[in-house]
Design a binder for this molecule. Structure first.
Ligand SMILES: NC(=O)c1ccc[n+]([C@@H]2O[C@H](COP(=O)([O-])OP(=O)(O)OC[C@H]3O[C@@H](n4cnc5c(N)ncnc54)[C@H](OP(=O)(O)O)[C@@H]3O)[C@@H](O)[C@H]2O)c1
Length: 287
């Protein structure tokens, strides 16, 4: 199969590149904004008239959550309008379309893990732009779409919480980390594996799915685990409340996703977040 990966220089796109080597029966085309700007309809048309594509995996996104509050237009262009264009293109060229969305479509006020049926209620421009993007795509290509909502994504590629904790752990003797936001970290390599389960499945079952690693923790627990597993002993991590670390956009207090649907439909198991973290750290250490 011919698989187009957009946003290939990002965290998830980079992990798709790594995993593609394991699934060499497929042909992959990796693009980023400089080779295929997904907001540009003419570029998309030109690309699809010269390439035969069976799967689009959209790893491109506007992911700067706080910046999006002042840059609504760009966030919507990339997270909604471009996703609408990709869905239209998928229909025209009969390609399947795997799109990535976020836990930020929810308000974070639940006390049980979010399943795919629960009502969305985004609390930020970023969350709303992602919610509108997934809705638009599902409306245009309902039978060709798999939308995977994920949370707390990190990788050995790019900038993320794990990398920040490693850097600050080496620089500082004390660090304050929020303990009242609960969720599950997602190692982007494990999300890339889940995407390949969808691509390689005998039956493509369209719909919205949730994916993160297994287990639950706070950012504080995640930071402690990063330092412990990385052997950082000279930095004390202290738990603080969200109100002590104000951000431009309020973060959801509860982001745990229920992954039953993707596990049952596509028949695979998901590693625990600590297992994912250990594998990510091994790669960081080897670099
Ligand atoms: N990061 C998280 O914690 C998190 C949590 C939940 C869900 N997600 C979702 O997971 C997905 C992957 O996230 P990620 O962390 O891998 O994102 P990322 O590292 O920010 O990568 C996104 C990539 O998309 C590229 N891009 C931006 N505009 C583009 C355009 N117009 N055309 C083509 N490419 C474009 C970016 O290029 P530039 O860098 O040059 O702009 C970047 O390489 C996204 O859908 C995101 O919303 C992320």
């Amino acid at each position: 199969m011919n698989i187009l990966i957009t946003g290939a220089y990002g965290q998830l796109g980079s992990e798709m590149k790594v995993i593609s080597e394991k699934f060499s029966q497929h042909t992959y085309i990796f693009t980023d904004v400089d080779t295929l700007n997904i907001t540009n309809e003419a570029e998309l048309q030109a690309f699809f008239t010269t390439h035969t594509i069976d799967y689009i995996v959209n790893c491109a996104a506007y992911t700067a959550v706080d910046k999006a509050e002042d840059d609504k237009e760009t966030a919507y262009l990339i997270n909604c309008e471009a996703v609408r264009l990709l869905a239209k293109t998928a229909v025209t060229y009969n390609a399947k379309f795997i799109h990535i969305s976020t836990d930020y479509v929810f308000d974070g006020k639940s006390y049980i893990p979010y399943n795919e049926e629960m009502p969305i209620c985004p609390q930020s421009v970023y969350g709303q732009s992602k919610a509108d993007g997934e809705r638009a795509a599902m409306d245009i290509a309902p039978n060709q779409m798999v939308v995977i909502r994920t949370s707390w994504l990190y990788s050995s590629f790019g900038n993320n919480f794990m990398k920040t904790m490693l850097r600050l752990g080496a620089e500082k003797t004390e660090l304050n980390v929020i303990f009242d936001q609960i969720g599950t970290p997602t190692y982007a390599a494990d999300l890339a594996t889940a995407i390949m389960h969808v691509v390689n499945a005998e039956n493509f079952v369209s719909g919205i799915y949730h994916f993160s690693n297994e287990g639950v923790c706070s950012w504080y627990d995640f930071a402690i685990a990063i330092h412990k597993k990385a052997g950082i002993t000279t930095c004390k991590v202290k738990p603080i409340e969200s109100k002590e670390y104000p951000t431009k956009t309020p973060r959801p207090h509860y982001s745990v996703l229920n992954k039953l649907k993707i596990k049952q439909t596509y028949n695979f198991e998901i590693p625990h977040w600590e297992d994912g973290l250990e594998r990510a750290l091994r790669i960081v250490n080897s670099e």
